[in-house]
Design a protein around this ligand. Structure first.
Ligand code: SIN
Length: 237
């Protein structure tokens, strides 16, 4: 009953966070927004991109300060179904999420790794007079199951490993588009993910373009390399 779902989503605002209603036909949350979660309102506002934000920031961001950086304790996975950007509800694509190590523990997906994860991306410093517009646009862009979170980012070249706090859009493990079996380096799962990425496309373009551009921008990530090689093999076959 979509009517009831919309009413429920609208009642939440009195300070209490309740999960927004899910529209399974279109693969988005009702209201078409990322969830704001319990993230702080950072000032200054840095945003850390690890997926499409690495190679396709919002128009106008080229004027903002941008710096490569990494987040410790988080890892990037092609484990988020995309029905509104790189796939369709009939044939969902796969895009990235960034998960904290505690989520990997919950999934039993840490394997025998004993060190914290670390992930490279790009941090953008959003000028104060752009922050409202930027957040409104990103909440819309990341609407397929992402939630705002905060991560510590070590900027490349920063002295003494100093870090900044940045907002990150993370598709959490409890969102309906999340696919837990893709949180692994296991070759069979990589093959399965590659088969999806090689063959799907959505309103934003082919799914493989998302991966190729990300792997180009972050050439030193072994997971991205392994996935890209598998997708390229399929393109040649
Ligand atoms: C990001 O790039 O930081 C968020 C995930 C995406 O839009 O690909």
């Amino acid at each position: 009953m979509p009517h009831v779902a919309v009413v429920l989503a609208a009642v939440v605002t009195e300070g209490v966070m309740v999960a927004p209603a899910w529209d399974s036909a279109n693969g988005v949350f009702v209201g078409n927004k990322a969830a704001t979660g319990d993230s702080e309102l950072l000032s200054p506002l840095w945003i850390f991109g690890y997926g499409s934000l690495v190679w396709r920031p919002e128009p106008g961001w080229e004027a903002f300060r941008a710096a490569r950086g990494s987040v410790d304790g988080w890892s990037r996975w092609f484990a988020q179904r995309s029905m509104d950007h790189r796939g369709t509800p009939q044939a969902p694509g796969l895009v990235c999420t960034l998960l904290p190590d505690c989520s990997l523990d919950t999934l039993g997906a840490r394997g025998d790794r004993d060190k914290p994860s670390t992930t490279l991306g790009v941090a953008y410093l959003i000028p104060d007079d752009h922050r409202d517009d930027v957040l409104a646009n990103l909440d819309f862009r990341e609407k397929g199951g992402y939630t705002r979170a905060i991560a510590d980012v070590r900027l490349e070249g920063a002295e003494d490993g100093a870090s900044i706090r940045a907002l990150v859009y993370s598709a959490t493990i409890d969102n309906p588009n999340f696919v837990p079996r893709f949180v692994t380096d296991d070759p069979a799962a990589l093959d399965e993910a590659a088969a999806i990425i090689a063959t799907t496309r959505g309103p934003s373009g082919p799914n493989n373009e998302y991966l190729y551009k990300l792997a180009d921008a972050i050439p030193d990530d072994p997971y991205l390399k392994a996935l890209e090689a598998r997708v390229r093999e399929r393109a040649l076959a």
